[in-house]
Design a protein around this ligand. Sequence first.
Ligand code: ZN
Ligand code: MN
Length: 480
Amino acid sequence: MSYYETIVGLEIHVELLTKTKLFCQCPNVFGDEPNTNKCPRCEGLPGALPVLNKEAVELAIKAGLALNCEINPESRFDRKNYFYPDLPKGYQITQFYEPVCRNGVVTLKSGKKIEIREIHLEDDAAKLVHADKLFVDYNRCGVPLIEIVTSPDFRTPDEVTEFLEILRRAFQALKISDCKIEQGSMRVDVNLSVHKADETLGTRTEMKNMASFKAISRAVMSETARQIEVLENGGTVIQETRRWSEDEGVSYRMRDKEDYHDYKYFPEPDLEAVILDKSYIDKLRDELIELPHEKAKRYISQYGLTEYEANILTSLTEISVFYDKTVEYNNLCKDNCNFILTHVLKIMNEQGLKDIPVSPLAFSRLVKMVHENVISNATGREILLVMFSDEGRDIDPMEYAETNGLLIVSDDGVVRDAVRSVLVNPSCKKALDDYLKGNTKSAGFLMGQVMRALGGKGDPSVVRRIMNDELEKLNGNVEE
Ligand code: ZN
Ligand code: MN
C-alpha cells in the first residue's frame, strides 16, 4: 500500500504598519476605543471615494522584494463583491487581475524552494465582536493588508512553520508589519489536501483561525489525519472552509468554500492603475537590508556560530547590527557572540533596554581583552556594566582596567613572589604540611590564598604552574 502525502499551500494576510488606512486618512492603530477611527470613506457611505495610500504600496513592494518577487510595473485594483456585516461597502477592494507582486521564492534551510505566486494589496474588513449582541468595530475597516499566496509546496508542518518564521522575521525587520499573530495582524489560512503518491491530487480544505505557529502546526497534523480517515472510510473530502479550535485541538466546518466566480470580481472604477517607475523600484531594492534568515545563514557558514546563536543574534535588528560592527573591529566572531549572549542580553533584560547603549568599538576592545587574557571574564562583565551606565558610556576599557587595577597578573616574577609569601605564611603551614604528606587537596586552598594575595587578578594558569613548581621544589623532587 502506498502512503498518503500532504499538500499544503498558504494564504497569509498581513496588516501593514502604515500611519493611515489604505483609502482614507483615518489612523491605522491597534487597540484604540472601538469606532473612534472611522470616516465616511472607510464606512463606505455613498459618494465617498477611495484615495490610495502611497506608504501602503511602498510596504507591499518591499515585502515583494524581500520575497524575491517580480514587481508589477502596472498593478490595478478590483472589487470582490460579497455581503457581510463587517463589510459596509458590500465589496472589498483588492487586486485580482494585476497584483502588485508575482513569482517570488523563499528558500528553506534544506534548500527547498517555496514559490510565492503573488502578493496583493487589499483593505481589511471591520472587526466583529461577539458578545451578548453582535458588535462591529470599524477601526479595522480599511486597514491596509497584503495577502501572500504561496504555491502548494509544503509537505510537513515543520516546513510551514519555518517559512512563516522567515516571513515574520523579515517583515518585522523591514518594519512592514509587526506580524502579531495573536492580535490578528498576521492571519494564516492553510489549504490542505492529501493523496496517495500514485494518485491524482485530493480535494483541499481551507483552515482558518489559528492564533499561533504552534496552532498552525497542530491544525496541519489534525486536518491531515481527518482527511485520511474520511478517505479510508470510503468517504470524500468536501471543499470547505473549516475553523480551528485550539482548545479542543479539532476543526469545524464553517461553510462551503466559495469559488472565485462567486465574488463577481470586476475592475475598481474609482481607482486608477498603480504605475511604478523602474527607478523607484530600484531605489527600494537598494535600500533593502540583509534579512534575518539570510544573516543567520551567514553567521553559521562564515562565522561558525551555531544555529541557536545565529537565531538569537538576528532576532533583533539592533543586536545583529551591533554584532556585525564588533566583528568588523576585532574579528572575534565567537567571543563577541558569547559575550553578547551571556552578558549583554542579560544586562539589557535586567535594565529593560531595547537597544545597546555601548559603542561597538569599545565593546570589541573589551572582548579582545578577555580573549587575550588581559582581564578575566568576570572583570569583563564588571567593566561592561560600567559601560552600560551613564557615567561609563565613553570609557576606554583598557584605560579603565589599568587605572582600577583590574588587569590579570600573569607576570612570572610577581606571581612567584605571591606564591612564596603564601608558602612561608604561618597561617598556611598546616595546609602546606598536609600537602607535603601527600594530601593534594590542600593545593586548592593554597591556590586560593595566592589568588587572594593577587587581589583576585592572578592568571590561574600562571599561578597553577608556578605553585606546582614551588611545591615540587619543597617536595625535593626537583634539584635546584
Ligand atoms: Zn476612514
Ligand atoms: Mn484576502
